[in-house]
Design a protein around this ligand. Structure first.
Ligand SMILES: NC(=O)C1=CN([C@@H]2O[C@H](COP(=O)(O)OP(=O)(O)OC[C@H]3O[C@@H](n4cnc5c(N)ncnc54)[C@H](OP(=O)(O)O)[C@@H]3O)[C@@H](O)[C@H]2O)C=CC1
Ligand SMILES: O=C(O)CCC(=O)C(=O)O
Length: 488
């Protein structure tokens, strides 16, 4: 057993200072590739720590909201530069803390830099429209007001990109922020906040309070001085935040699960479809809300597709994501691994046929980590649990169909509607898919995952609260429209 630790304790960031939690309790953050490696210690905060942060954010918002967009943008450019300078170190921390490969972690951190620069530029763009008034002597136009203090509650699967794609638009439009990152990735989040600190934002503009979701997340939901809450995570927690926010009249935005299908049509390029199914389904160990989890294949190409898929999956190298030749890391935590294993058990019990993987990896070099075999089921029918619930692990369910109509009907027969893709050469099929697929993100001849920062992102049905994040769409959540009527 090797024990490696930098032993560092990461503090809360409140009112421009790094401070311990009021009860002086910490939680250990470990490496899911080796549970005996400690990444650091993070604060187990209490409600009073959050109250202190909210007070600071509320006071800071008065001046921050009065700065020009360009001035706020200058701060975001500085944060981007600070993050870019530390890209390797922060990506390595991400890999060690939540398991994704270093290459993916570095790509995500670079995406964080790009998001910051994109929203820095937004500070210079228009925020309203002139609308002709029915009174010819009046001027009518819209402008935007910030919400005030925004609570940002984030998951562990994209510990750099998701906090940044919520924090950057919140700040550029004049809000101040309290970040509550997932405990499982809080060291990585603390390093991101160090970049904000380095950029010298006014005290109280950005704050971070770590602690359990049931305490700090819940307190954000209930806090009367938090005007908006933006959340990404599970369906159950998202809905409870939505209900809590609605009860006290706060604005909320929820990005939750997916059960994303890929349709492989008779005329698909099978090599391309296999590559994309593997990339979309198994990268990040399947822990993306946009991950492919149902693979709906027309019967004519079912066997060749399946054989190619299994052949390629056999080549996947699993291990510690810091190693160069590793393609898939561990599940992010023991509880996530156990959840995935319980879905595999359920799949077998309900009559699906396990054709590849399905077990925890017990070989000596990996036994201290939370490693799972890439897993493929066939003979999956749509009523089965593994075809309906978000697994969030490296599990693919193959579903054989005769027609495209049947494929679309099955693809839509779930409560989620986040992303979906199809592989076909027929323009007619592409158009049917675009029109009939109930998903916020529809992709043609491309994997289901992969969000572009300049485009709106969000789901239909129960995948989101029907709002959109990222790109220009972010302004809709982080501001309120004011309609102004002026008469001399
Ligand atoms: N859509 C997506 O991208 C994601 C989906 N998921 C789904 O959720 C499942 C479980 O993952 P998990 O990490 O437990 O997801 P959660 O929804 O529990 O966690 C997401 C965030 O919400 C916080 N939180 C937890 N409970 C509350 C609460 N009562 N009030 C407010 N905030 C709260 C968490 O805090 P903390 O964890 O620090 O206690 C974390 O910061 C996964 O298997 C997957 O299906 C998970 C992550 C991302
Ligand atoms: O597919 C992506 O790039 C983003 C996925 C995502 O937002 C998530 O898993 O929470």
């Amino acid at each position: 057993m090797s024990v490696k630790t930098d032993g560092k304790t990461y503090l809360n960031y409140i009112n421009g200072k790094w401070v311990t939690a009021s009860i002086q309790k910490v939680e250990t953050s470990i490496n899911p590739a080796n549970r005996y490696e400690i990444i650091g210690y993070v604060q187990q905060s209490e409600k009073e720590d959050l109250d202190y942060a909210v007070l600071a954010a509320k006071e800071a918002q008065v001046l921050w909201g009065k700065l020009s967009g360009a001035a706020r943008g200058e701060y975001l450019y500085r944060v981007a530069n600070a993050l870019e300078q530390r890209i390797d170190e922060i990506a390595e921390t991400m890999t060690r803390e939540m398991g994704k490969t270093f290459l993916e972690a570095k790509g995500e951190t670079a995406r964080g830099v790009a998001i910051l620069r994109y929203y820095a530029g937004e500070g210079m763009r228009k925020t309203g429209d002139v609308i002709p008034s029915s009174d010819s002597e009046a001027l009518m136009f819209t402008t935007r007001a910030p919400l005030g203090v925004v609570g940002v509650i984030t998951p562990w699967n994209f510990p750099v990109a998701i906090p940044i794609w919520k924090i950057a638009p919140a700040l550029i439009y004049g809000n101040t922020v309290i970040l509550k990152p997932a405990q499982e990735a809080a060291v990585t989040a603390a390093k991101v906040i160090e970049c904000f600190d380095e950029a010298g934002l006014p005290s109280g503009t950005i704050n971070m309070v770590t602690g359990p979701g049931s305490v700090i997340g819940q307190a954000i939901t209930n806090h009367p001085d938090i005007n908006g809450i933006t959340f990404t995570g599970s369906d159950a927690v998202g809905k409870s935040i939505g209900l809590g926010a609605l009860k006290r009249g706060a604005k909320y935005q929820l990005e939750m699960g997916g059960k994303n299908p890929v349709i492989v049509a008779n005329d698909a390029d099978l090599e391309q479809a296999v590559e994309a199914t593997i990339s979309g389904g198994l990268r990040s160990t399947g822990q993306k809300c946009t991950a492919t989890s149902r693979v709906i294949v027309q019967s004519e190409v079912y066997e060749p597709f399946k054989n190619k898929l299994i052949e390629k999956i056999k080549e996947i190298k699993i291990g510690n994501g810091l190693k160069e030749d590793v393609w898939m890391g561990p599940c992010a935590s023991e509880s996530q691994l156990n959840t995935v294993l319980s879905y595999v058990k359920k799949g077998i019990e309900e009559g699906a046929t396990l054709i590849y993987g399905g077990k925890r990896i017990e070989e000596e070099a990996l036994v201290n980590g939370f490693f799972m075999e890439p897993t493929v089921f066939e003979n999956v029918s749509n009523g089965m649990t593994i075809a309906q619930e978000e697994i969030f692990g490296p599990v693919l369910a193959l579903i054989k169909v005769e027609t495209l109509e049947e494929a679309l009907q099955i693809a839509n027969d779930v409560k989620f509607g986040l992303s979906a893709s199809i592989f076909t050469k027929s323009i007619g099929r592409m158009l049917s898919f675009i029109n009939e697929m109930d998903a916020g993100l529809v992709r043609i001849n491309a994997e289901s995952a992969g969000v572009e920062l300049q485009a709106p992102f969000g789901g239909m049905k129960q995948s989101s609260s029907h709002s959109r994040e990222q790109g220009e769409a972010a302004i809709e959540f982080f501001t309120s429209i004011k309609t102004v009527f002026v008469k001399a």
